[in-house]
Design a binder for this molecule. Structure first.
Ligand SMILES: O=C(O)CCC(=O)C(=O)O
Length: 309
């Protein structure tokens, strides 16, 4: 808002010292080159691509999602602003067996954004072969005061196809005070943390308890500022814009900043995993008409499914 100084960013309630916060490096290679994309992902653990998705489609998907939340009284008019009302008429997501959340997550405009030709072409290039997006997506309307703790993705998705790539899509502008995704610089080389979760046999047991413990284990035990200070590294994020796309390897420690929007704006994003299309898409947690999700309770059991109150 004109004249207002944005509040200083925090992570899990901790202020971030200036020298521990940096900006994601924008990918400047050739987006049609499998080698450029694979090399960037391998070296940095992420690829931050500006302006590669249709910004109008991103805005239309934002409107589609927020209109449905507005119909439950959770988002004020106009819905595209994404300002939370603090109230909800929504049924408990367990009681409706996740049907409302599945309907929102599978909205036709949102699906065009998450599984349409533009993203499909980028993911085919990044994987170097035809790719397939998971049916289950993680749509995250994140209200003020909420955040995602630091974790690695591999434990959630191990045991089926590999490699996989996480496509994180900002659905609208996400300035830093709205709590965008953050990665820990160089965390794709933290072999002590990575070896710990690679040691787990996920084919024997991929129950939610096992997966959560492995994904969040070593990293979320320490406060994030201590973690980046001890490892002499930084938290990297950006002021995201419609059309941006952030690709993450399964071996990059990431979470989000806190949403501290002074105007009560809900941060909207979604994350979608892609795998080689030639490999089996048989993990019932992520594929099928009613994917079970990693916790087992389907769409109703996801963090994003909770009413915004
Ligand atoms: O958007 C967020 O808050 C977290 C996203 C995330 O954990 C992921 O993309 O794996």
């Amino acid at each position: 808002m004109p004249g207002l100084t944005p509040p200083s960013p925090t992570i899990q309630g901790h202020p971030i010292p200036g020298e521990r916060l940096g900006t994601l490096t924008t990918f400047t290679g050739d987006p049609t080159s499998p080698t450029d994309l694979a090399t960037g992902l391998e070296e940095d653990g992420y690829l931050f691509m500006r302006d590669v998705l249709d910004a109008d489609l991103v805005r239309a998907a934002r409107l589609e999602v927020f209109r449905q939340l507005a119909s439950m009284g959770e988002i004020a008019d106009p819905p595209s602003d994404g300002i939370a009302t603090g109230t909800s008429r929504r049924m408990d997501p367990f009681e409706d067996e996740g049907l409302f959340w599945q309907k929102v997550s599978e909205g036709p405009v949102l699906r065009r954004l998450t599984h349409g030709m533009e993203i499909q072409t980028i993911m085919d290039t990044a994987l170097g072969e035809p790719s397939r997006g998971f049916d289950l997506i993680y749509l995250r309307p994140t209200a003020v005061g909420k955040a995602t703790s630091l974790h690695y993705d591999y434990p959630f998705f191990a045991g089926s196809a590999q490699p996989m790539i996480n496509a994180w899509i900002p659905i609208g502008s996400i300035p830093i005070e709205d709590g965008p995704l953050v990665i820990v610089e160089n965390s794709n080389r933290f072999s002590d943390l990575i070896d710990e979760f690679l040691d787990v046999d996920y084919t024997a047991d991929r129950s939610n308890d096992v997966v959560q413990a492995a994904a969040y284990g070593g990293a979320s035990d320490t406060n994030p500022i201590q973690l980046v200070t001890d490892r002499d590294t930084r938290l990297l994020t950006a002021n995201f814009q419609p059309g941006d796309l952030l690709l993450l390897s399964m071996f990059t420690l990431h979470g989000s900043l806190d949403n501290i929007s002074p105007i009560g704006r809900v941060r909207l994003s979604c994350d979608v995993r892609f795998q080689p299309a030639a490999q089996p898409a048989d993990d019932e947690r992520y594929f099928g008409e009613y994917p079970k999700g990693s916790k087992g309770g389907g769409y109703g059991d996801m963090r994003g499914a909770q009413p915004l109150t």
